[in-house]
Ligand binder design. Structure first.
Ligand code: HEM
Length: 405
């Protein structure tokens, strides 16, 4: 079957077998011809089709106008729409309670709060590189990008240092990510929740460590304690938020460096420019390609009439390549004067973990670039994309390199 981009105007099928390879052609077509368009396909959790929004300005307004475009599980249920994330605050709530949930997390995730993690992050990065550097080759996804965010989240945020436990959690999050809307996803979610339940029960019996887990477990919202379901959900949001997103960002940034070897040389010379690479890779290849909202009232967006109860899906990749916001949008240019990409979202739900993600990325690439030289794709092998258009990134990145002396 061959893909005709015009079909996506009314039938946006996120599982179309050719969409991964032709993502940008479809995105450009929709943004140019119908930036807000109704699709009769089913989105996860939706009742009957959804609206797809692809231009920068309208995507920003959906993110910012949380009263009209909600992620709140209870508000969505009023319209018969299922919030497939379940009860996962702050993501599945709205202000004012959403602000209280964020207040619990924020103090642990500001730039100043995450800065003291630097030596531990550098140690974890070093451990992983030590495991493969001697071979002069690696699959960066399996041997580095998948393990790093998990080790950091479990060791530094949850104080868990057990490789078997980490591997189990990674398997559940992989299933949750790649088998959206399937019985396997429900099983993985149930296993993860049981694991979190045990973790919380254990922590309640232990002396307080005053870390992010304690802040959630012993915290309050709207002047009351969190329910057990909210406690599990909030910890799950922190765990899920940082895993696969950072895996895809690390692999995407490495792919950009392999495709632009002059950038490898420049960033080795000027490592303080490494953060510029991340913002450009985030813009071009957002690890979260789509976010969805439920419309709470009849409204007009981009000249289209959206009804209360309908699903609205924002296409972050399309918005990030909107020429009205970005010059030469398809080019990698780490020196852009302005890069207001939407890959961490915008408005009240904007990613609360972005400072930690930035710190992790900077340290990971300072170490990778100083220890691995002349990094290239392994001869006769080829990178592969992960089998999803919703979370966007690589599942295999075979590299050959020269270990630094
Ligand atoms: C490259 C890394 C990351 C990317 C691309 C990313 C992306 C996003 C996006 C797009 C949103 C907004 C979702 C929406 O409005 O629908 C979000 C929210 C969130 N992220 Fe991240 N994220 C990353 C890293 C992290 C990390 C490391 C953590 C945890 C430490 C985290 C925790 C969260 C949480 C808890 C929310 C919900 C915030 C709220 O609803 O108020 N994320 N993230």
């Amino acid at each position: 079957m061959s893909l005709d981009v015009r079909e996506f105007e009314e039938h946006f099928d996120r599982s179309h077998p050719e969409l991964i390879d032709r993502m940008w052609e479809v995105a450009d077509h929709l943004r140019q011809h119908c930036p807000v368009t109704h699709s009769d396909e089913r989105w996860v959790g939706s009742v009957d089709g959804f609206w797809m929004v692809t231009d920068y300005e309208d995507v920003v307004s959906v993110f910012q106008d949380w009263r009209t475009y909600t992620t709140d599980r209870e508000r969505m249920a009023e319209f018969g729409v299922e919030q497939i994330l379940g009860n996962m605050p702050p993501m599945t709530t709205e202000p004012p309670i959403q602000r209280d949930f964020r207040q619990l997390l924020n103090p642990f995730l500001t730039p100043a709060a995450v800065a003291p993690f630097e030596p531990s992050i550098r140690f974890i990065v070093g451990e992983l590189i030590d495991e493969f550097i001697g071979q002069g080759q690696c699959d960066l996804v399996r041997q580095f990008a998948r393990a790093l965010p998990g080790r950091i989240t479990l060791r530094l945020l949850l104080d868990i240092d057990d490789e078997d436990e980490l591997e189990r959690v990674l398997r559940w999050t992989d299933t949750h990510t790649y088998e959206l809307d399937s019985p396997a996803m429900s099983d993985a979610t149930a296993s993860l929740e049981r694991w979190l339940n045990d973790f919380i029960a254990t922590r309640r019996t232990q002396p307080r460590r005053d870390d992010i887990a304690d802040a959630i477990i012993h915290g309050s919202v709207l002047g009351r304690s969190l329910t057990d379901e909210e406690t599990i959900g909030a910890i799950k949001n922190v765990v899920f938020g940082g895993f696969i997103t950072q895996t895809h960002l690390i692999a995407g940034a490495m792919l950009a460096l392999v495709e632009h070897p002059e950038l490898q040389d420049r960033l080795r010379r000027d490592p303080e420019h490494i953060p510029l690479l991340f913002d450009e890779v985030l813009r071009l290849d957002p690890p979260v390609m789509f976010e969805s909202r439920t419309c709470t009232r009849n409204v007009e967006l981009g000249g289209q009439p959206i009804k209360a109860g309908q699903q609205v899906v924002v296409h972050l990749g399309a918005a990030n390549r909107d020429p009205s916001e970005f010059d030469r949008p398809a080019e990698v240019d780490i020196d852009r004067a302005r890069n207001r990409h939407l890959s961490f979202g915008a408005g009240p739900h904007r990613c609360v973990g972005s400072n930690l993600a930035r710190l992790n990325m900077r340290i990971a690439f300072e170490e990778l670039l100083s220890r691995l030289h002349d990094i290239r794709i392994t001869d006769g092998d080829a990178p592969r994309r992960a089998p999803s258009t919703v979370v966007w990134g690589m599942s295999y990145l075979p590299l050959t390199f020269t270990p630094a002396p």
